[in-house]
Design a protein around this ligand. Structure first.
Ligand SMILES: *Cc1c(COP(=O)(O)O)cnc(C)c1O
Length: 346
């Protein structure tokens, strides 16, 4: 394979240089500098200054924790913004296409519609694994991005390392591995393989294991060259000061995060046991994430019945290969008891 970043970058993006803002050049470090460059209000309240557009403090911590360099990281307003930036950097509207592997995260398709980029779908096969042969047949010279969600939402399983590697090796476009659920997984993150694959992009998020869906922080990890391209189109202040502050405190508190993750994993095992006792549950799919997909007799009926009992789950019955499935997020011990009780009453 011959991956060539220049060849897959949109022409208009190649010609851009990043917007240079006042805060790109000088960031307040609490010293005696006087900042009269950005038309800010000088009365301090914690957020009166523009945030650091490159989020240097937060990136330094993330880089250290993940064993990568700061130049390998781009941060976004949730991974949803990161994904959108990838479309805008690499996919020419009405010309290029992406490959997705349903059933999977709905946002890839939504973004392909917004950006007028064709979405070529190749269904997963046995055990919800990628159909490598069919994917390779579907790829054409206009295929720019291949989205691999592992662990996959809504199926919960991780994809085989060998299959992902095969795709990385044979696709000349970018392979985006969405690791939103990696902290719940028994598999290792692909971040350690960054130097092996020039076409590898990894996305992670603070929305799931880190318990910070409300602050909107997404992480894009790739070669310095890829990050430099995406940086050209990133809105300068896409990650606000409150988010940078909160995220920094949270990623530094590794014990708290690990503790919550291990509680969620314990609860996941208990939920699996509870689901097995429910008469209308026909199949429970193995989960590497913080949710469990289960096949029931009639998903829409059971969904409505749970709703009546005050429990909201996700009905995935309209998704390909997911007929009559419900997706249960693993909640707290108390929430899971409420769910188990409701399931046994209906
Ligand atoms: C929840 C989820 C995300 C998170 O998106 P954010 O915008 O970071 O909140 C990303 N990918 C997948 C597959 C998800 O399920």
């Amino acid at each position: 394979m011959s991956f060539n970043l220049d060849k897959i970058t949109r022409e208009n993006v190649k010609g851009l240089s990043p917007y240079s803002s006042a805060r790109d050049e000088y960031v307040s470090d609490g010293s005696t500098m006087v900042f009269l460059d950005a038309n800010e209000n000088p009365f301090e309240n914690g957020v009166n200054r523009y945030p650091d557009p490159q989020q240097r403090g937060l990136k330094a911590i993330l880089a250290e924790q993940k064993g990568i360099k700061e130049e390998n990281i781009l941060l976004g307003n949730g991974s949803d913004e990161v994904l959108d930036l990838l479309f805008r950097a690499f996919c020419e509207p009405k010309q290029d296409n992406i490959i997705t592997l349903p059933p999977t995260y709905g946002m890839y398709k939504v973004l392909s519609g917004i950006n007028m980029v064709e979405n070529k779908e190749v269904l997963l096969i046995h055990d919800f694994q990628p159909n490598v042969e069919e994917i390779l047949k579907t790829i054409d010279s206009n295929s720019k991005l291949l989205f691999i969600c592992s662990p996959n939402n809504p199926t919960g399983n991780s994809f085989s390392t060998k299959k992902i590697e095969e795709l990385l090796n044979s696709f000349n476009g970018l392979v985006v591995i969405d690791e939103a659920y990696i902290d719940f997984s028994s598999e290792e993150s692909w971040t350690s393989k960054l130097s092996e694959f020039p076409n590898l992009i990894i996305t992670q998020t603070l929305s799931k294991a880190y318990g910070m869906a409300g602050i909107r922080l997404g992480i894009c990890i790739a070669s310095a060259e890829i990050i430099a391209v995406v940086n050209k189109i990133k809105p300068p202040y896409n990650v606000n000061q409150l988010t940078q502050d909160k995220a920094t405190l949270r990623v530094l508190d590794r014990d708290a995060v690990n503790n919550e993750v291990s509680q969620i994993l314990t609860e996941r095992a208990k939920l699996e046991v509870a689901l097995k006792t429910v008469s209308f549950v026909e199949k429970i799919y193995p989960s590497d994430a913080n949710f469990i997909l289960a096949k029931v007799d009639d998903a829409s009926l059971r969904y409505d019945q749970l709703l009546e009992k005050g429990v909201v789950v996700r009905n995935r019955t309209t998704q390909p290969l997911c007929e009559n499935t419900l997706r249960f997020t693993v909640g707290s011990a108390v929430e899971n008891k409420t769910l188990a009780k409701a399931l046994n009453l209906i």
